[in-house]
Design a protein around this ligand. Structure first.
Ligand SMILES: [Zn+2]
Ligand SMILES: [Zn+2]
Length: 223
């Protein structure tokens, strides 16, 4: 089920295999950040219904990247607009199953991405504004979304509360991961809302965690 974390912002923390999903209810537009894997379909749709969101609504689905555990429920929202950074979107629109890692989630329908996200782009949902932070490393087209007012980062598979994203899948790059983590270090974050696992709150805790992640990722990158 979804839990409110900020005004008009709700979190579905996945207990199954599949990413977390976040809902942002702007006055102009309702956005999902990632749609989780199809394993979470029933729970996700029931949770959205409680927020008065129907699968027929014209939602905006913002993706942190194109892996199957984050895009698996897109197919259940036929009227949604799907957005992703073009480096990952190209792979998804070409139906590149190897890139999407559908072997872990066989049967995942790859969506058609119609909106290409760009680094630094601002997304205004009405009362809620996001900035696209380009963070390649886990995949070439990985992005995070910064919730500007709350200084909260939807971090996808770039960084979690207890680690950072793997770089050994197609399109992964450990040196770029280090650069991306250093980019995040410059943001004055108060909340980390990752693609998997629990939310991490507190500026100091997040800064410390990013610092340790950079050290670990740098060791990996230069082995
Ligand atoms: Zn993931
Ligand atoms: Zn991933």
């Amino acid at each position: 089920m979804f839990k409110q974390i900020f005004p008009n912002v709700f979190a579905f923390i996945s207990k199954d295999e599949g990413s977390n999903c976040f809902v942002l209810k702007g006055t102009k537009k309702i956005a999902l950040i990632d749609s989780s894997s199809f394993f979470n379909k029933t729970q996700l749709l029931a949770g959205l219904a409680k927020l008065a969101i129907s699968k027929k609504d014209q939602l905006l689905i913002l993706h942190t990247h194109g892996h199957a555990d984050h895009i698996g429920c897109d197919e259940f929202f036929p009227n949604a607009k799907v957005a992703m950074h073009k480096a990952d979107a190209q792979m998804i629109n070409e139906k590149n199953e190897e890139f999407a890692c559908t072997n872990f989630f066989p049967g995942t329908a790859l969506p058609t991405v119609s909106t290409m996200l760009k680094a630094g782009q601002k997304i205004n949902l009405g009362g809620i504004s996001l900035e696209v932070i380009q963070t390649p490393g886990h995949t070439q087209g990985s992005v995070c979304f910064l919730l500007e007012k709350e200084k909260a980062l939807f971090s996808g598979d770039c960084i979690f509360a207890d680690g950072f994203g793997r770089t050994d899948l197609p399109g992964g790059n450990s040196k770029k991961m280090v650069e991306s983590l250093k980019k995040l270090q410059k943001l004055p974050l108060k909340a980390l809302l990752p693609g998997h696992g629990p939310i991490l709150l507190g500026g100091e805790q997040i800064a410390e965690h990013i610092k340790i992640s950079i050290e670990l990722a740098s060791t990996n990158a230069f082995l």
